[in-house]
Design a protein around this ligand. Structure first.
Ligand code: MN
Length: 287
């Protein structure tokens, strides 16, 4: 029932996205459950922030992505619930709703800081703790008052805010610093190169402006990766830039195995993650 809107927007004969037909029983109370953030290049680049609750993924589209700076409140538009299975999805949506490239940008667990999540959502103030790769510590989602009310959008507009703690940072731009997938470690071009980069020869999800230019670059890169892979006879995933990155979606070291991509557990390793994130120089990639 909760997924009616999700299903009605999509044609699963055209889209590789999960159909949402696998039922899921979620933990209740202050128990850790799944969360993820999907970086989604569609008509506009945005970050889909998803929290498991009652068998589905509550979802907010965050145009600028999460910020580790408590002073930076990020607009988060509440969108339709997504199936639990969607949390592992990464790939290309060739056409239709959300057409573009989806990257699994972060994943891990979230724990409510309240006993009653439904009551917190109804109130428009949900405090929680994240334990992902890139996002950790205490956060809050707060529904804004007014704003879009005149356009019938009342209640859709929320703010995603980092609480001040050992995981907050006023300097580190996490979206810029750790831009890659935690699933494949790829960027958008690498994800596209795994499919048919030629699907958008015409009629790209975005044709003009900044997003159109970004698509054009990514399609060209993906085509090049494929032809490079053909020429050398090597596998596509080995034909990318020489420098790879660690498990934080940061360029620099070797591609991790799927298994090692599980969220790091325990305060000690968590602190080590933060330290390694904070102490590394920014990669300075122009995207
Ligand atoms: Mn999206």
């Amino acid at each position: 029932m909760a997924l009616e809107k999700y299903k009605s927007k999509r044609d699963f004969t055209q889209s590789p996205e999960p159909t949402g037909d696998t039922p899921r029983r979620s933990p209740r109370g202050r128990t850790a459950r799944f969360f993820c953030v999907q970086k989604h290049l569609a008509s506009h680049l945005h970050y889909d922030f998803r929290l498991e609750h009652n068998g589905v993924l509550l979802s907010w589209a965050v145009p600028k992505g999460p910020s580790l700076d408590p002073a930076t409140k990020r607009l988060a538009m509440h969108v339709e619930d997504h199936p639990f299975d969607y949390g592992e999805f990464e790939g290309v949506i060739p056409s239709g709703y959300g057409a573009g490239i989806v990257m699994l940008w972060d994943r891990g667990t979230w724990t409510p800081e309240v006993d009653d999540v439904d009551a917190a959502l109804a109130k428009g103030d949900l405090k929680f703790t994240l334990d992902g790769y890139k996002l950790k510590g205490s956060w809050v989602l707060v529904r804004t008052k007014g704003g879009y009310a005149s356009r019938g959008q009342e209640g859709r507009s929320w703010l995603l805010i980092k609480h001040r703690d050992e995981w907050s940072s006023g300097e580190l731009d996490i979206a810029e610093f750790a831009p890659l997938s935690v699933k494949s470690e790829g960027d958008f071009a690498e994800i596209l190169s795994q499919e048919n980069p030629d699907i958008w020869r015409s009629n790209r999800p975005a044709q003009s402006g900044e997003t159109g230019a970004l698509f054009e670059r990514i399609v060209a890169q993906a085509m090049q990766m494929r032809s490079g892979a053909r020429d050398s006879g090597s596998e596509i995933r080995d034909s990318g830039p020489g420098t790879r990155h660690s498990g934080l979606g940061i360029r620099g070291s070797k591609r991790q195995s799927r298994k090692s991509a599980a969220p790091l557990k325990g305060a000690k390793s968590a602190k080590a993650v933060k330290k390694s994130v904070a102490s590394r120089p920014k990669p300075g990639r122009g995207r």
